[in-house]
Design a protein around this ligand. Structure first.
Ligand code: GCV
Length: 690
């Protein structure tokens, strides 16, 4: 595949399979590809299989069409729709019944050894099926007896890019935007195609390409000024089953339409959005829809016009409905000009207070996008009470793949372990087993739209994600969005074999490093769920009081006796009461509150004894010493596998670990000194604090 600049293809890099007996077996199957249909998805699937086989096995397979293959092909991969006669010959009605719209079957034919069939109900499924088979052979799985029937669990599997048109990426740690440069849409479509391939191979079916903070030129993306160029991007993505979406500015009718208002109930405003939608769909017939950050962090929204979020979202939804588009409306709404002296206002409560009363009032093509926690992507937060709280509203979970608060792709932090805990959280909305995963896959409340939105960690860097190992987060996001039953460990292992090395010792070492990295990061940063304590604005490195006297609603309120926020119903802000009964009771009391969230829910004296038998202050010291040591251990492990890793990757990652170790020490010393000075209580093990 032609590349304009040098960059990695991550898990689609395809180096030749070194296991000869396996390659030989495989060669029999992959020497022919029989493409039943002629549509663009079949072409994509065939092209991908051909590229992969050529590199993995070492020869170019023959591609033939239905007419040439006759009734009884000897061996090869048949790719086609389940309604095609040739495919129907091998795939039973029963199997077809099990397929959803985007699902696929991969099956070796018993009566015809050496023949593998990939079938799906629609084109997207065929592309997913092709990528799945490629994964199958990269992982050297059996090709003689393969039988996979797979469907995505969630309908929407989206990436949000916080890319600005000047080429910067808000909270981006991997270089510049791959979509925009100098206020223009990129014409480097080769890289976009490779991006589409990577995303499609992990099941992503939509990308929002611009930042949710929509300013300046980006406001005009929804106009013909940019739509022609965007249509070219959409063409590339379409080929891989991915739709493009745009973030919009709610006040666009004023900025672009020269109207006096953007009031969602104003006739002219309604008309303006309808015309805008019509124009967009003329350029991009399968445009996904709008993502909206409204009345949030200085972005305009319906409040400005005396309306609520349902009024705003539904008006836009009506404009998109004739074309099948959706409105994704973010719930990240809170008072960002709070007085820190005000102890009654609790930012954690805001989203639920605002959106719960609107439950059931949104149009059927509106989806609410809810950050996993009630604050803002901290290393540890409770699950947002909107999951399980919203019972009659479509919803997406918003996860942050980009490591804004989790080490900025300098520090290693594999986020799948955190996401998995979030997904496994039981909301009790309909009794036990009402887990977040069943909210976001739409089954708990029978939603028309639901799924995952991940804030992308991708940029123009050679390795796409800044830290090579941060590719694992992108990979894991796609895998979990496709099927939340995957374990973080199996995802890490798969990614590692596909993208880095297949040496068993190296693989197990890297998997272990990934699996412990979130906890390591948590240990040396803010303790027990209190969050923040980061350097203001940049959000990397420690500043314990950095956000303490700010307007952002992000306080730990440490004094000489205690730290934490009382969010109980009995004596605090009442946030704990936003959960269903079982969880409300659990969070309400210090004794039953999970300890990792203790300071999020409670104000705790430093001499409070934790379940480990250590006091709170001692726990803070211990975890910070441990975290810094464990960061060094990550580097030591990496050094051990030097011989199994490509030299440039090895060196790049080593450099990141050196920086991580410095960061961890800085955190350890700043946090420990802060609490030692506040409390005057020494470390019982007599370690040097500063
Ligand atoms: C895109 C946090 C980040 C902002 C981000 C915002 C959001 O506040 O620091 O950079 O803005 O979340 O999610 O909208």
């Amino acid at each position: 595949m032609d590349k304009e600049v040098d960059y990695s293809l991550c898990w689609l890099e395809y180096s030749k399979i070194d296991d000869e007996p396996y390659r030989e077996k495989l060669s029999k199957v992959v020497k022919n590809i029989i493409a039943v249909g002629q549509d663009k998805f079949t072409q994509t699937a065939v092209e991908e299989l051909k590229t992969a086989v050529t590199s993995l096995v070492g020869f170019e397979p023959e591609v033939s069409k239905e007419a040439l293959c006759g009734d009884n092909p000897i061996s090869g991969i048949i790719v086609g729709n389940v309604t095609d006669a040739l495919i129907m010959k091998y795939i039973s009605d029963d199997e077809i019944q099990k397929l959803d719209e985007e699902g696929y079957v991969i099956k070796s034919v018993k009566e015809n050894p050496g023949l593998v069939v990939i079938g799906s109900k629609n084109g997207h499924g065929l592309v997913y099926g092709a990528f799945s088979f490629i994964k199958h052979i990269q992982l050297k799985r059996d090709v003689e007896e393969v039988h996979i029937i797979d469907n995505p669990k969630c309908k929407l599997r989206l990436l949000n890019h916080w890319d600005n048109m000047d080429g910067t990426v808000e909270r981006g740690y991997a270089g510049r935007s791959i979509f925009f440069c100098d206020n223009k849409v990129t014409n480097s479509l080769g890289r976009i195609k490779d991006y589409a391939r990577l995303l499609s191979s992990i099941g992503i079916n939509g990308v929002v390409i611009n930042n949710v903070n929509v300013n300046k030129n980006a406001i005009w993306l929804i106009t013909p000024k940019y739509l022609g160029d965007l249509a070219k991007l959409a063409d590339v993505f379409r080929q891989y089953g991915i739709k493009i979406y745009l973030s919009i500015n709610f006040a666009s009718p004023i900025y672009i339409g020269k109207l006096k208002t953007a009031d969602p109930l104003d006739e002219d405003v309604i008309k303006w959005w309808k015309e805008t939608a019509k124009t967009i769909y003329e350029y991009i017939p399968d445009f996904g829809g709008f993502l909206v950050k409204a009345d949030s962090e200085f972005n305009p929204g319906p409040y400005k016009f005396g309306r609520d979020h349902a009024d705003g979202a539904n008006m836009l939804a009506e404009a998109l409905a004739p074309y099948g588009g959706i409105v994704i409306w973010r719930c990240f709404v809170y008072n960002c000009t709070q007085d820190w002296r005000d102890t009654k206002t609790d930012r954690a409560k805001a989203a639920y207070d605002i959106f719960k009363p609107l439950d059931g009032k949104f149009a059927e093509n509106v989806v609410l996008q809810v950050k996993y926690g009630p604050m803002d992507f901290q290393v540890r937060e409770p699950v947002s009470p909107l999951f399980g709280g919203l019972e009659r509203t479509n919803q997406l979970i918003e996860l942050q793949i980009t490591q804004e608060y989790t080490g900025q792709q300098i520090d290693l932090c594999y986020l799948a372990t955190m996401w998995k805990e979030v997904l496994e959280f039981d909301t009790y909305a309909k009794g036990p087993e009402s887990k977040v995963k069943y909210v976001v896959d739409g089954t708990l409340f029978n939603n028309k739209y639901s799924g995952f939105a991940g804030v992308s960690n991708v940029g123009s860097d050679k390795n796409w994600t800044g830290h090579w190992l941060a590719q694992a987060n992108l990979y894991a996001f796609g895998m979990l969005a496709w099927d939340h039953s995957f374990t973080p460990e199996e995802i890490a292992r798969e990614w590692c074999v596909r993208a880095l090395t297949n040496d068993p010792f190296a693989v197990e070492t890297i998997v272990s490093m990934l699996m412990r990295s979130w906890r390591v990061y948590e240990k040396y940063t803010a303790p027990l769920g209190i969050g923040w304590m980061v350097t203001p604005h940049t959000h990397y490195g420690p500043s314990v009081d950095g956000y303490e006297y700010s307007k952002w609603g992000t306080y730990h309120r440490a004094d000489t006796k205690a730290i934490g926020i009382d969010r109980s119903v009995k004596s605090g802000t009442g946030f704990a009461g936003q959960y269903h009964r079982e969880n409300a009771a659990m969070f309400e009391s210090m004794e039953t509150c999970p300890e990792e969230l203790l300071l999020f829910f409670h104000r705790v004296p430093y001499d409070y004894v934790l379940k480990s038998g250590e006091t709170l202050i001692q726990h803070i010291y211990n975890t910070h010493f441990e975290g810094a040591e464990e960061a060094e251990k990550l580097k030591e492990d990496w050094v051990k596998i030097k011989d199994y890793i490509r030299k440039d990757i090895y060196e790049d990652v080593l450099e990141r670990f050196n920086r991580q170790i410095e960061n961890a020490k800085e955190w350890r010393d700043v946090v420990n000194s802060y609490f030692y000075r506040k409390t005057g209580i020494p470390d019982k093990y007599g370690r040097k604090i500063y």
